[in-house]
Design a protein around this ligand. Structure first.
Ligand code: EPZ
Length: 448
C-alpha cells in the first residue's frame, strides 16, 4: 500500500448548507421537462473507469452531489477527473497511488463501495470503508464481499474497513447470489472483467443501469454479456481500454415527473425519457386511470382526469427489475394518496423505506402502517401544507410532489438530500409552472 500520505483523509466536504424547499401547492404543472442521465448508471461508470489507465469520457452525466462526491473520492486516489463542460466528465486512472477509500466517502455515499471490485481487480489490493446503513435500511455489503472472495480475493474486516487483496489475478468463477443485488451484481461484474478465466453471475440484476454499464464495459474491450435475463457471463481480459459513453436517462427521475404531472392535475411532456424502462410504473398508472402515452424517448402525462372521476386505488409491490422499483415507491405512494379508495403498498426491498410516510401523514394523508413493510392508504386524502423533514432523496422528491398537490404552503427541511440525486430539481419544477423556492434554513419564516 502506498503510505506516503497521512492516514487521515484530506477530503474537505463542503459544509452541508441547511436548506429548505418552500412549495406553494395547487398549481397544475404544464410544459416540457428534460430528463437527466441516470445517477445509478453514472456512478458505476466512474468506478468502472478505474479498470483502465486510459481516459474515459462520459456525456449526459447528471450534475448532482453524488457525482461530485464520487469525483472527489477518485481524485483522492490519484485519479484525474476533468469536467470540461456541463454534464461531461473525463476520468483518467493512470496514476492510482492510494488504494484507500475512507469512511468520509462511504458515509456520504454508499456507491463508493463500487470501487472495491475494479481496484481489487486492477491493482490487487484496496482498503475500503464499510458504507454501513442509511435511512432506508441496514444495507449490508456481505454479497459484494462474498462475490470477491469467490473470485479469489482475501478479505479481512477490521475496525470498519475491508482489507482486500488478490495475490496474482482474480480468478473467474461462478458467482451465485442468494437474491438479486444491483450493486452486488455490478461489483462482481467489474471485478470479473480483469479476472483470469470465465465468470458467471446468477441471479444477476436486470436493471437498465446494469445493462448500460455492460454497454460501457464492452466499449472498453471487456467480454461481458447478459446471456439470459438473470445471467451475466464474463471472459476476463488482461487489459481494458478507454472509452466514451452517453449515460442512459434516469428512469426514476422520469417516473417522478410523470407522477408530478398526474397529482397536480396537470399535463406535461418529458423529453429524453426512457418509457421502455418504466413498464411497471406505467402499468400502475394505467390501473389508477392516469393517462400516459409513450413516444420513442418522450412521455406525455395528463392528470386532468383527477378533476372528473379521480384516480382509482390500486395495490403496489416493489420488486427487482422488471418489477416496480423501490425508488419509485415513494412517488407512487403520493399518487395513491390522491386515488379514491384503499390502496396497499408492500415494500419488499428495503426494511425502513416506509418511514417517510409519517411526514406524508403530517400533510393530511390517511395512512396506516401495520408493520415496517406494509402501508394502507385511504384515499382520496386532502393534502394541506405543513412542515416536513426529508430523510432520503427519493422520499424528499416525493414530499415535493405531495406539496405541489397540497393546499397551502409546505416547508420541506433537508433539501440537500434531494440534490444528491436530482439535477436542478427546483429549476425543472419552476419551468413547469410550480411555485417552489429553495431557501437557507432560517429564512423560511413564512411557512405554514
Ligand atoms: C441500488 O442499491 C440503488 N443504488 C438503490 O438506489 C436502489 O434502491 C437499489 O439498488 C434497489 O433497486 C445504487 O445503484 C447506487 P441492492 P443497492 O443491493 O445495489 C440487500 C437511490 O435512491 N443486500 O439491490 O445497494 C439490501 O439490503 C438508491 O438511488 C444485502 O443483504 O441495492 C436490500 O435489501 C437507494 N447484502 C437488497 O439486498 C448485500 O451485500 C437489494 O439491495 C447487498 C444488498
Amino acid at each position: 500500500m502506498a503510505d506516503a500520505r497521512p492516514f487521515h483523509w484530506e477530503y474537505q466536504p463542503e459544509p452541508v448548507a441547511r436548506e429548505v424547499f418552500r412549495v406553494e401547492g395547487g398549481t397544475p404543472l404544464s410544459g416540457t421537462v428534460a430528463i437527466s442521465g441516470a445517477k445509478n448508471a453514472a456512478l458505476k461508470m466512474f468506478a468502472a473507469a478505474t479498470l483502465t489507465g486510459e481516459r474515459c469520457r462520459f456525456t449526459n452525466v447528471p450534475e448532482i452531489e453524488d457525482v461530485r462526491v464520487m469525483a472527489q473520492t477518485l481524485q483522492h486516489l490519484g485519479v484525474v477527473v476533468d469536467h470540461p463542460s456541463p454534464n461531461v466528465y473525463e476520468v483518467a486512472s493512470g496514476d492510482v497511488d492510494w488504494l484507500f477509500v475512507p469512511l468520509e466517502a462511504a458515509a456520504k455515499m454508499r456507491a463508493s463501495f463500487m470501487l472495491l471490485g475494479p481496484l481489487l481487480a486492477r491493482f490487487g489490493r484496496v482498503i475500503i470503508s464499510n458504507p454501513g446503513g442509511d435511512r432506508i435500511g441496514r444495507r449490508p455489503v456481505d454479497l459484494h464481499v462474498d462475490a470477491m472472495r469467490a473470485l479469489g480475493a482475501e478479505i479481512e474486516y477490521r475496525y470498519g474497513y475491508y482489507y482486500a487483496q488478490a495475490p496474482g489475478r482474480l480468478r473467474g468463477t461462478e458467482v451465485r447470489f442468494p437474491f438479486v443485488s444491483v450493486m452486488g451484481t455490478e461489483n462482481a461484474m467489474l471485478a470479473a472483467t480483469l479476472a483470469d478465466g470465465h465468470t458467471t453471475i446468477r441471479p444477476a440484476a436486470q436493471e437498465p443501469e446494469v445493462d448500460d454499464l455492460i454497454a460501457f464495459l464492452q466499449k472498453m474491450g471487456a467480454e461481458v454479456q447478459r446471456t439470459y435475463p438473470d445471467t451475466i457471463e464474463i471472459e476476463g481480459r488482461r487489459r481494458l481500454r478507454g472509452a466514451e459513453h452517453h449515460v442512459v436517462p434516469d428512469r426514476i427521475e422520469a417516473g417522478t415527473f410523470v407522477i408530478a404531472g398526474a397529482v397536480t392535475g396537470g399535463r406535461i411532456s418529458l423529453t429524453g425519457a426512457p418509457c421502455d424502462h418504466l413498464g411497471a410504473l406505467i402499468d400502475v398508472l394505467g390501473r389508477t386511470g392516469v393517462d400516459v402515452s409513450c413516444g420513442t424517448d418522450t412521455i406525455e402525462v395528463d392528470g386532468r382526469s383527477l378533476d372528473d372521476a379521480g384516480f382509482r386505488a390500486t395495490d403496489i409491490v416493489t420488486a427487482a427489475y422488471p418489477g416496480l422499483a423501490t425508488d419509485l415507491q415513494p412517488p407512487a405512494s403520493v399518487l395513491l394518496t390522491q386515488a379514491e379508495g384503499t390502496s396497499r403498498v408492500h415494500e419488499t426491498i428495503f426494511e425502513d423505506r416506509l418511514e417517510w410516510m409519517s411526514e406524508l401523514r403530517r400533510m393530511g394523508a390517511r395512512i396506516d402502517l401495520p408493520d415496517a413493510n406494509h402501508a394502507v392508504l385511504h384515499g382520496r386524502s386532502r393534502l394541506t401544507g405543513a412542515e416536513v423533514e426529508i430523510g432520503d432523496l427519493r422520499a424528499g422528491a416525493s414530499l415535493i410532489l405531495a406539496a405541489l398537490a397540497a393546499d397551502g404552503t409546505t416547508t420541506i427541511h433537508g433539501a440537500h438530500h434531494v440534490h444528491r440525486g436530482y439535477e436542478n430539481i427546483e429549476g425543472k419544477f419552476l419551468g413547469l409552472g410550480a411555485r417552489i423556492e429553495r431557501l437557507a434554513e432560517g429564512n423560511d419564516a413564512t411557512s405554514s
